[in-house]
Design a protein around this ligand. Structure first.
Ligand code: GLN
Length: 301
């Protein structure tokens, strides 16, 4: 069975008109094999409670419901990037809001009212598998980006949010053009730990990409490289940022190690969702903060 849109088997996948009432985490037991799942079934998010895709009742909603969309968790979530979704859902709860997690798969119906959208890294082959669907939802994503919807796109999805990714074999994958960046695949990969300076403070993570990314004139980076390769190993830029859309090469996953970035995204989303300023609850991030500071000291002195 392939993941091509339109290639549905009877009973395999129904358009998700019922979203967000559909259970979004493991639909079976943990022991159920990943490979036994239908091509469009949600992937388990370790640690996320069952039913985190259900809309809470008004009494359960707390300060408000935040619809969190993960683009292509099956094809584009390597190096633990699913952890970003888990981190956001957990922190949204701790801030007193209710997350509703929606996994968007190729051929699935894109949700009506997303407040926060994330996407992860993938092999070049995974990027090829999501291209057709990405084209279908391109206008929605461009509109949402223009309206200030926060988005975090890592590595392979960052490349596809740019103008184009040209693989090392010379295949050109057109991007959404939400970020003015262009990426060229190379034989040599850029791999290793990274420390950045960003608008959200020090950010640490781990990169592994063959793509070398160039920012267009006037495109702001996400951060400045203190240690590591970043976009291309030469200009000390890392990632890109336009309004509330952030692209970055950093895995780790990036958000648990950098909670200020997670909370900035949640803050933008909470304002979108409720029309009111974000009402954060103070969090104990001592362990993450200590780990990050030690890594910055180790990498960048
Ligand atoms: N295939 C892309 C590259 O190697 C993206 C890699 C990734 O997402 N980790 O540049």
């Amino acid at each position: 069975m392939t993941n091509q849109p339109g290639d549905h088997q009877p009973g395999d996948h129904q358009p998700r008109t019922d979203w967000p009432h559909t259970a979004g985490t493991a639909s079976g037991t943990r022991a159920e094999s990943f490979h036994a799942r239908p091509a469009h079934a949600d992937v388990p998010i370790p640690g996320e409670p069952e039913g985190s895709a259900r809309v809470p009742t008004a009494e359960q909603a707390g300060k408000g419901v935040i619809n969190l969309v993960h683009l292509y968790p099956r094809e584009m979530s390597i190096y633990g990037d699913l952890g970003n979704t888990r981190c956001l859902a957990a922190r949204i709860r701790r801030h007193g809001y209710s997350p509703v997690v929606h996994q968007h798969h190729p051929g699935g119906e894109f949700p009506a009212e997303p407040h926060l959208i994330v996407g992860g890294g993938g092999q070049d082959s995974g990027q090829v598998r999501v291209e057709v669907d990405l084209e279908h939802i391109a206008d929605r994503l461009r509109d949402l980006a223009a309206q200030g919807t926060p988005m975090l796109m890592i590595c392979g999805m960052y490349q596809l949010f740019g103008n184009a990714f040209i693989t090392v074999e010379g295949k050109r994958l057109p991007g959404l053009g939400i970020l003015d960046v262009t990426t060229q695949g190379n034989a040599k990969r850029m791999i290793g730990p990274v420390a950045l300076q960003t608008d959200f403070g020090d950010v640490v993570g781990y990169e592994n990409h063959s793509g070398s990314t160039t920012l267009g004139a006037g495109q702001a980076p996400f951060g400045t490289v203190r240690s590591g390769f970043g976009n291309n190993g030469t200009d000390r830029t890392e990632g890109a940022r336009t309004n509330n859309v952030i692209g970055s090469y950093l895995h780790g996953p990036i958000l648990p190690a950098n909670p200020a970035l997670a909370d900035a995204l949640i803050g933008f989303a909470a304002e979108k969702a409720t029309g009111r300023p974000f009402e954060p609850v103070s969090q104990d991030d001592a362990v993450a903060d200590q780990a990050r500071l030690r890594q910055v000291r180790r990498l960048a002195g």
